[in-house]
Each structure stands twice: as structure tokens, then as C-alpha cells.
Design a protein around this ligand. Structure first.
Ligand code: UDP
Length: 241
């Protein structure tokens, strides 16, 4: 029953790459299907779930503008936001195909395809048991969907930002390059900033720090970890004050 729940409401931040096959491009039915199944199991325990999806499997503004000098950086960021909408629509149908009720809410109005993000309406959807998929980040260029996850966690009063990554949490060095990198069990925001640890972008960390919104960084590739993270089981690296 819901009174035993660890969290009432969470923001799950999925990178665009999490929807792709290894290699990280495009959208894989198998990968997104597995994520959807886990979201369904976690949702059955009664937790309200809002998902922020990135767009890196299609395009990241900062990288694209660097490689394509004719496209202005702001334009490239808008392109990245559109990529998150593509992923959000894919995830919507994937979740609905296994019986979940969902709403896509875009920070940039796109009323033929999805709703526009309105805070009070998003909360209403969550309270009615719909999984809310937050598309187009915060709708402004020069940030990433990490910032959107932090921003939405604050305004939707989520208990935690669950940041899904492909490593087990936050390490003192890049674990994909350094086999001796050490995993942290927990960190304060100050430690993340002082040690210059790559957790989420700086704006996201600053927002969470200022409002004491905890972040859990965990490995979504390990079977069952999304369910564990949403249920509040011990997994990954906890960041709080
Ligand atoms: N983006 C943006 N504003 C936002 C969110 C995203 O301009 O509020 C752009 C930005 O260029 C970003 C891209 O959309 O690189 C895709 O999002 P992100 O890099 O966060 O995707 P992920 O790495 O999580 O797949």
C-alpha cells in the first residue's frame, strides 16, 4: 500500500542513449521496451513517476554546433530539444503498449503531438496515476536535460532526481577509462562541486544544492535497478546535503 512507500513522487532522468542499442544512436525497441517494463513494475507500487528524456542518441546541441560551424549554437540546442521530443513520443507508445497511462508534456508547445507543460496539470496527471513524460527540456537553449530534471523536480515537488547512467554511480575518476576508479556511496553537493565530479551539468547541481533536492545516480543497465531506484532500495550513489 502507498503508506509504505519510500518515495511519493520521483523524476527519472533517462539519457537519449538509454533508448538506443550499444553504440548509442537511434531508438531500439528492445532497449526502450526493457526500460518500459521496469517503469511499469515500479509504477505498480504506487510511486508517481515523471520521466525526463534526453536527446543525445540523436543530437546534442553543444557537440553539433562544434562540428557544424554553419549552424549557430542556439539553433543546435533547439535541434537537441526536438530530439528529446522524438524520444518522448517513442517512450509514450512503448509505455502505453504495456498498459500504462501516459502524457507527454513538452516545454515548447507542440499541440498537434502532445500537451504543453503546465505545472499544475502535470501534478494532476501524476496524481491520477499517469506516467508523465517531460519533453523538450526546459525549452531554453544552452542547458541540457539534466537541468530540466532538476528544474522539474523542484517545481513538481518530487522527492528525488533519479539519474540513470551506464555506470554504477559516481566515481573519483572515469570508470570507463580508469579500472581503479572508486565508486562513492554518497556525496554532498559541495563534494561534487569541489572534486569537479561529472554527475550532472553544473546548473542542475546548483539547483539541487540550493533547494536540498537529493540526486541518486545509478546504473540502469543492471537488471531491476530502475525498479530498485524508484522503490528507494540501496543502489548507486546518493547525493544530498
Ligand atoms: N537541450 C536544450 N535545452 C534543454 C534541454 C536540452 O537546449 O532544456 C538540448 C541540448 O542541446 C542538449 C540536447 O537538447 O544537448 C539533448 O539533451 P541532452 O544532451 O540532455 O541529452 P542526453 O545526454 O541526456 O541524451
Amino acid at each position: 500500500s502507498s503508506k509504505n512507500l519510500h518515495y511519493k513522487r520521483v523524476i527519472l532522468k533517462l539519457s537519449g542513449e538509454s533508448l538506443a542499442d550499444s553504440g548509442g544512436r537511434g531508438i531500439s525497441g528492445e532497449e526502450s521496451g526493457q526500460i518500459a517494463q521496469q517503469i511499469k513494475s515500479a509504477h505498480q507500487s504506487g510511486c508517481q513517476i515523471a520521466i525526463v528524456i534526453g536527446g543525445g542518441n540523436i543530437l546534442r546541441g553543444g557537440q553539433f554546433s562544434g562540428a557544424n560551424a554553419l549552424v549557430q549554437e542556439a539553433t543546435a540546442h533547439y535541434m537537441g530539444m526536438l530530439a528529446t521530443v522524438i524520444n518522448s513520443l517513442a517512450m509514450q507508445d512503448t509505455l502505453e503498449s504495456i498498459g500504462l497511462k501516459t502524457r507527454v508534456m513538452s516545454a515548447v508547445p507542440m499541440d498537434k503531438m502532445c500537451e504543453t507543460f503546465i505545472r499544475r496539470r502535470a501534478i494532476e496527471h501524476l496524481e491520477k496515476g499517469r506516467v508523465v513524460i517531460l519533453a523538450a527540456g526546459i525549452g531554453n537553449p544552452f542547458v541540457t536535460t539534466d537541468t530540466a530534471a532538476a528544474q522539474r523536480a523542484l517545481e513538481l515537488d518530487a522527492d528525488v532526481v533519479l539519474k540513470a547512467t551506464r555506470v554504477d554511480g559516481v566515481y573519483n575518476d572515469d570508470p570507463e577509462k580508469n579500472p581503479h576508479a572508486v565508486l562513492y556511496e554518497s556525496l554532498t553537493y559541495d563534494e561534487v562541486i569541489q572534486k569537479n565530479l561529472r554527475v550532472m551539468d553544473a546548473t542542475a547541481i546548483a539547483l539541487c544544492n540550493e533547494h536540498a533536492k537529493p540526486i541518486l545516480v545509478f546504473n540502469f543497465k543492471k537488471d531491476g535497478n530502475i525498479v530498485k531506484a524508484i522503490n528507494g532500495d540501496t543502489v548507486g550513489t546518493w547525493i544530498g546535503s
